[in-house]
Design a protein around this ligand. Structure first.
Ligand code: HEM
Length: 508
């Protein structure tokens, strides 16, 4: 071995062993789907199929590999399922047995006990406590609060329309959404709509909770070396910054102090029960909590639920409104037809009533079609608690099952001309033929979106009030076609810019 003058034999052996271990570790899981006989894209060492692994790219995988395929998020195997029969089993039939939970990153920081991250009995308890906030009776109570903000929204758009200004739609719809959410959760009027282009601290803090999975270092480290996760947790590394929960904690304490300070009479005058008040009431009614029983929330749980509800509701609903405006501006015949329905339901720009709003068929078709084309949550996920076989496919214990909603909604076999905006797919007659497991903008089953009905009312109300007064129109600054941001939630990559045309008497 004289020809290896500078390195001893032992060092060479060590070096080669290290390289071998490095290579084997980097490819260690990549045989998982081959062994299970499940097709999928070829992974790259350590990197897996990331890069080609996002909600928009799922369409390509579905075309190549069918409705079940396997990919690798770095080194983590991910089973993609968009077969409707399998989805029925995963989301509904076996939800409470094998598929109750989403993945647990472990690095949840202070939000470890938020309803969307909680697991099993803890999740069930939180969900049971929160659910009454989203009953139709309670949403109806919230309707007058929503109307206060939708009215402000239409007023704030007046000067923009009059001056023929180019409008960044997210500024206005984002401000409306956060105002509604803040009022319904905290009973505070943020009044963001009066100054939509400068984001309130609420929006700034909520934006910090969005992390882009593929590019976030703690996420990458936890995927490559899960063994270090407990150490990272101990070091206080979190996917969600502590400053955000601290910010909302301050709010909760302020509202609680005001509530305690006010007299019984003043409290009685606040007849609308906002979410925070309902949560505090569960403490008073049931005493301190036991994590598995249906008892009141702890102080910490209240802060986590409040933060998470605002986060889960804000971006999704605001993006839906923005994309509705864009879709209507690009399809003026659909917009006209919707305005005819609005004017016949609420003649002479009359006040919007809850019951009538909920019965508007074409409005419902338009919103449904927008959520098909642009589902804000492009993917759902569940973890298999045990090894199970569904429709001949073996899903091993702890496998992450990913439901590619965006790809499902763009499957040409299920939705002919999938890229076209065609609300009539959801007309009364056509709706009956839609398999419910092929349309999942709010997920499905016991772990679906808790805020679905609330979101639909908030979105429909704003859309109707705006269309009573204005029409959307594309302008030079409108990006056509849209570039979608494939990471995180599905939405436009660049801000959507439109103009508004004022309706003199009615818009149809
Ligand atoms: C257009 C608006 C919205 C869309 C498209 C949407 C979509 C979704 C989706 C797809 C899920 C996952 C469901 C699943 O895994 O099966 C979800 C969960 C959730 N959403 Fe929404 N959402 C919207 C608005 C809201 C609002 C307004 C709130 C609250 C006020 C909210 C609160 C939640 C919560 C707390 C969860 C977790 C539920 C659980 O784990 O039990 N969402 N949402």
């Amino acid at each position: 071995m004289d020809y290896l003058p500078f390195i001893s034999l032992e060092t060479w052996i060590l070096l080669i062993t290290c390289i071998g271990v490095f290579v084997m570790y980097g490819k260690g899981t990549y045989k998982t789907f081959e062994k299970l006989g499940i097709p999928g894209p070829k992974p790259i060492m350590y990197w897996g199929t990331v890069g080609r692994h996002n909600a928009v790219h799922d369409k390509e995988c579905a075309r190549k590999y069918g409705r079940v395929w396997g990919g690798y998020e770095l080194t983590k195997p991910v089973l993609a399922v968009m077969d409707p029969d399998m989805l029925k089993t995963i989301l509904v039939k076996e939800c409470l047995t094998y598929f109750t939970n989403r993945r647990n990153f472990l690095l949840n920081g202070e939000l470890y006990d938020a309803v969307n991250l909680a697991e099993d009995d803890h999740w069930r308890r939180l969900r049971n406590i929160l659910s009454p906030n989203f009953s139709s009776g309670h949403i109806k109570e919230m309707f007058s609060i929503m109307k206060h903000h939708s009215h402000k929204l239409t007023t704030s758009l007046q000067s923009k329309a009059r001056n023929n200004e180019v409008i960044t739609m997210k500024d206005f719809f984002g401000a409306y959404t956060i105002d509604v959410m803040a009022s319904c959760v905290f009973s505070v009027d943020m009044d963001s709509t009066s100054n939509p282009s400068s984001p309130t601290p609420f929006i700034t803090h909520l934006s910090k909770l969005t992390f882009k999975l593929n590019f976030y270092p703690p996420f990458a480290l936890s995927a490559w070396f899960p063994i270090f996760l407990p150490v990272l947790e101990l070091l206080g590394v979190s996917l969600f910054p502590r400053s955000t929960t601290t910010f909302f904690q301050g709010f909760v304490e302020k509202v609680r102090a005001e509530r305690n300070g006010s007299s019984h009479q003043v409290r009685k005058k606040h007849t609308t029960r906002y979410f925070l008040q309902n949560m505090i009431n569960t403490q008073a009614a049931n005493g301190p909590t036991n994590k598995t029983q249906n008892k009141g929330l702890t102080d910490h749980e209240i802060i986590s639920q409040v933060t998470m509800l605002l986060f889960a509701g804000y971006e999704t609903s605001a993006t839906t409104l923005v994309l509705l405006a864009y879709s209507l501006a690009r399809n003026p015949e659909v917009m006209k037809r919707l305005q005819v329905e609005i004017d016949s339901t609420f003649p002479n720009k009359g006040p919007v009533q809850y019951e009538a709003l909920m019965q508007m068929e074409y409005l419902d078709s338009v919103v449904s079609e927008c959520l098909r084309l642009y589902p804000p949550a492009g993917r759902l996920e569940r973890i298999a608690k045990e090894t199970v076989k569904i429709n001949g496919v073996t899903i091993p214990k702890n496998m992450l099952v990913m439901i590619p909603v965006y790809a499902l909604h763009h499957d040409p076999e299920l939705w002919p001309e999938p890229e076209e905006f065609k609300p009539d797919r959801f007309s009364k007659q056509n709706k009956q033929n839609i398999n419910q497991y092929t349309y999942l903008p709010f997920g499905f089953g016991p772990r679906n979106c808790i805020g679905m009905c609330f979101a639909l009312v908030m979105v429909k109300l704003a859309l109707v009030e705006v269309l009573q007064n204005y029409s959307f129109s594309v302008c030079e600054e409108t990006e056509i076609p849209l570039t979608m941001d494939p990471h995180g939630s599905v939405g436009p990559k660049n801000p959507i810019k439109l103009k508004l045309v004022t309706c003199s008497v009615d818009c149809n």
